[in-house]
Design a protein around this ligand. Sequence first.
Ligand code: NAG
Ligand code: NAG
Ligand code: NAG
Ligand code: NAG
Length: 149
Amino acid sequence: MHFLTFLFISATLAHEIVGQYVFYGNYIHSVNITTLEYITDGVIVVDAAGKITQVEKSSSESEAKLIAHNHGVNLTQLDNHKFIMPGLIDTHIHAPQYVFTGSGMDLQLLEWLENYTFPREAQFNNTKYATMAYNLAVGAKCLYCRLWI
Ligand SMILES: *[C@@H]1O[C@H](CO)[C@@H](O)[C@H](O)[C@H]1NC(C)=O
Ligand SMILES: *[C@@H]1O[C@H](CO)[C@@H](O)[C@H](O)[C@H]1NC(C)=O
Ligand SMILES: *[C@@H]1O[C@H](CO)[C@@H](O)[C@H](O)[C@H]1NC(C)=O
Ligand SMILES: *[C@@H]1O[C@H](CO)[C@@H](O)[C@H](O)[C@H]1NC(C)=O
């Protein structure tokens, strides 16, 4: 099992490429905490739900095409200036803070907590607000999120 299987593209991009894909070309990922592996002739199979189901290295172009053919898709061949890597993405969110995501990014933590977080979190004493906020947080946007409520 490779680290690569965790997540290889941002959630945003994942929305754009939903569908089954077989990629052929360069990828780079970490084998463990000290070692990166750089593969120049790799195959990555992504299923219709966006999950990586197969990873190969040292594949010829015809082998890659055969894998794509067996999955009923055209091979997506990366040119040599492109590579795939695991997404450097924080995949957790705090559900009560979801409604003001991205607000006050210029503030220091304490100011941000006092001016954005604490007032909004206080609103959760209202069940209508809580229902709305959690529905938004748990909605489709949370495809890849671990939710901390
Ligand atoms: C990481 O993997 C490399 C290559 O297999 C190995 O040489 C190295 O000892 C490993 N390091 C750790 C911390 O496991
Ligand atoms: C593969 O590419 C060909 C040529 O562009 C196209 O006609 C065909 O529909 C594609 N097949 C799939 C499964 O996307
Ligand atoms: C944060 O809120 C306090 C109190 O309402 C206010 O005095 C302060 O100017 C605000 N700070 C920022 C950076 O908006
Ligand atoms: C909820 O908390 C807010 C902010 O502390 C307060 O103004 C409001 O009266 C509270 N509402 C209820 C229904 O307790």
